[in-house]
Design a protein around this ligand. Sequence first.
Ligand SMILES: Nc1ncnc2c1ncn2[C@@H]1O[C@H](COP(=O)(O)OP(=O)(O)OP(=O)(O)O)[C@@H](O)[C@H]1O
Ligand SMILES: [Mg+2]
Length: 257
Amino acid sequence: MNNFSYERLHSNLQYLKLNTVEELLDNCLELAARDNMTTMEVLDYLFEQEKKHREAVAIERRMKSAVFPVKKTLEEFDFEFQSSVNKKVIEDLATLRFVHNAENVVLLGPPGVGKSHIAIALGIEAAKTGISVYFANAGNLIERLKSASKEGVLEKKLRDFTKYSLLIIDEIGYLPFDEEGAHCLFQLISRRHERRSTIFTSNKSYGEWGEIFKDHVIAAAVLDRILHHCTTINIKGESYRLKERKRQGIATLISYN
Ligand SMILES: Nc1ncnc2c1ncn2[C@@H]1O[C@H](COP(=O)(O)OP(=O)(O)OP(=O)(O)O)[C@@H](O)[C@H]1O
Ligand SMILES: [Mg+2]
């Protein structure tokens, strides 16, 4: 290869934004000459690396834009400790069929039992496979919808939140919504219904949602939409945080002896 075509190759790779191919090219050509690699093998290797790098960048970008508060995975989840969680059901959800079918998931249970953990872990699985995900705390989401309404841009905000294939609305029920907040959330849920998938977590049973919304009619309409196509996971049992505190307590005792 003369200098002219070598430079043109590099400049074309830059122009085509095949940055990984360009970066690996020289090294790869040297190895190819040394190890008698075929042209096919060289091309296959270079394009495979380009694809892998692009996939990794895209996952990174989706993970960032999902704004998960912490990273949690299903591998880290101790199903033996939380025996009320059926591992098979969670593994089925991890196939993400529910996202493709625009179905919902609701995780109910007392504090510390792993609701947010499972919601985030499913969100991460989704982000890894190319699904757009957004994590929002319910109270915060409602405040954002209310301020958009005040500024006359609620429609745009609702559209923004509807574009995510998977939306996680965490902690429904810790703070009650006022009337306007309940209406804003109802609109968002209505828009996403049968079009997009949403995961909800709540410390309140469905029967108590009327209190959160302070309006039983709105609560019933919201639940009707959510439950239309939905998997509910009722988690019972002890808080994992408490378990960890107990273990630390025991550890402290041991270190004092
Ligand atoms: N079964 C489990 N295996 C491993 N870690 C767990 C399990 N359950 C909970 N945890 C961990 O315990 C902590 C509390 O769990 P998580 O935040 O999911 O609780 P939660 O049900 O959302 O509670 P809250 O209602 O207070 O928000 C997290 O650090 C989580 O990773
Ligand atoms: Mg939580």
